[in-house]
Design a protein around this ligand. Structure first.
Ligand code: SAM
Ligand code: SF4
Length: 462
């Protein structure tokens, strides 16, 4: 790997040293508190109460999970199931439609929606006619803002032109296409063979169907991946002219995702190579004119995500960085997570339990968490750091009506990253330096009131 080093207050410090100190197993902070801290004390009754209490004036954001794919990528960390027949997908749609009705009944009155995200799995496993039924149900239940952001995750290998046309008809205006890496050796090692041409074909068809914004998902840290191969992938992806790119570090968690054992661990890059891949990819994407957002998102300068960064309207949720400002987000489908002003709820993950609950007319909540004032304060600090790489503790504490002293221990815990040149502290202003940016999750962990060191089993920070 390239021998970069940063100048710390104690002299030069190598990447090896930085990684050994800061590449810790920490959460990705797509929520705070993070999902492992949700508990079964929050059940359907709490969710029903929270829904009924929602201020009718606030816009909603909806997340719909479709937990099916037609082939298994061995790296996959998502909640999904491989299906060979359409019957389970068709059956699932009926349950999903019932769940939408159940949630709507628990709300007081009709609500308006400013964001809708279909994720998975692969939502386009739904046949064109079923996709239209789903949207008809959503539009029949909620008032969709004419400018609503309507996004869908797509596996370009499994998409017909029929489905692309349906996506256009139902009003999808942003599509996120999984690509990962174009190197044939990497693709074979993860059981995801996907050509540039088929991705290009779908991207062109989506644009023609009126889907105005495209995102491409790339990954680093996969088996046999190289910097040269990643640069070639990025250069090829630039030909698709996506408005956004996500660059995810492969989270290898075979104790949670058993199929990841199919991946040859000996072919996985070590921490230093992963880091070099990440940095090389961030450089290439910036050279291509993309604005680097937070940890792992990139957007063209006039894309709403880059504008939100400049205008300090950026947020982070389970889909990553977002312009979604809704304070209430409802999740539908197994494993889906909802975030309301009162707290989080997560649906059951297993399909049989989901079906049983829906057929009994129950909201299929498995667990959740009611937010405390401390949670809200810590969440605000962590979200600022994840989005803007800086946080004004005094300003946040003023907003919450407390003294910044509450963070004295967290700030004291930053002494080492400060000495290593990763963080600066001036009064209540904490800034993550360019060298500290890849480790921002580890820096956020100082403000995480739930993290007992050594007890969590997350993927590495970089
Ligand atoms: C749920 S998939 C949705 C898209 C679609 N199913 C596909 O794969 O093309 C979203 C993205 O998550 C990323 N991803 C999946 N498993 C991951 C893992 N273990 N670590 C990091 N990123 C992962 C991939 O980049 C993938 O494109
Ligand atoms: S297509 Fe997407 S969700 Fe399905 S297995 Fe592959 S990465 Fe996972």
């Amino acid at each position: 790997m390239e021998g970069r080093a940063v100048l710390s207050n104690q002299g030069m410090i190598s990447n090896t040293e930085l990684l050994s100190r800061y590449d810790q197993r920490v959460p990705r902070y797509t929520s705070y508190p993070t999902a492992p801290h949700f508990h079964p004390g929050v059940q359907e009754a709490a969710y029903r109460r929270w829904l009924a209490e929602l201020d009718p004036g606030i816009p909603l954001s909806l997340y719909v999970h479709v937990p099916f794919c037609d082939s298994l990528c061995w790296f996959c960390g998502c909640h999904t199931k491989i299906v060979r027949r359409y019957a389970p997908v068709a059956t699932y749609l009926e349950l999903l439609l019932r769940e939408i009705g159940l949630v709507a009944d628990a709300l007081t009155g009709r609500r308006w929606v400013c964001h809708l995200h279909l994720g998975g799995g692969t939502p386009t496993m739904l046949a064109a006619a079923d996709l239209e039924r789903l949207f008809a149900a959503l539009r029949g239940t909620f008032d969709m803002d004419p400018d609503a952001d309507i996004a869908v995750e797509i596996d370009p290998r499994a998409l017909t032109h029929d489905s692309v046309a349906a996506l256009g008809r139902v009003g999808v205006n942003r599509a996120s296409l999984g690509l990962q890496d174009l190197d044939p050796r990497v693709q074979k090692a993860v059981n995801r063979v996907q050509s540039l041409e088929e991705t290009q074909d779908i991207a062109t068809a989506l644009r023609r169907a009126g889907v105005g914004s495209l995102n491409i998902d790339l990954m680093y840290g996969l088996p046999h991946q190289t910097i040269t191969g990643m640069r070639a992938t990025i250069d090829a992806v630039m030909g698709l002219a996506p408005e956004r790119v996500c660059l995810f570090g492969y989270a290898h968690v075979p104790w949670m995702k058993r199929h990841q054992r199919l991946i040859d661990e000996a072919a996985l890059p070590g921490p230093e190579d992963r880091f070099a891949q990440y940095m090389a990819a961030t450089e290439r994407l910036q050279e291509a004119g993309y604005v680097w957002i937070g940890l792992d998102h990139f957007a063209l300068p006039d894309d709403p995500l880059a504008v939100a960064l400049r205008e300090r309207r950026l947020h982070r949720n389970f889909q990553g960085y977002t312009t979604d400002e809704a304070s209430a987000r409802l999740g539908f489908g197994p494993s889906a997570i909802g975030g309301l002003p009162q707290g989080f709820v997560q649906n059951v993950t297993a399909m049989p339990a989901y079906r049983t609950a829906i057929e009994a007319g129950q909201l299929p909540v498995q667990r959740g968490l009611a937010l405390s004032d401390d949670d809200r304060l810590q969440s605000a600090v962590i979200e600022q750091l994840m989005c803007y790489l800086e946080v004004d503790l005094e300003a946040i504490c003023r907003r919450f009506g407390c003294s910044a002293d509450v963070f004295d221990d967290a700030v004291a815990g930053l002494a080492e990253p400060v000495a290593d040149g990763l963080v600066t502290i001036e009064g209540g202003m904490i800034r993550v330096s360019p060298q500290g940016r890849p480790f921002v999750r580890t820096i956020c962990a100082q403000f995480d009131g739930y993290l007992a060191p050594g007890t969590q089993r997350h993927a590495h920070a970089v």
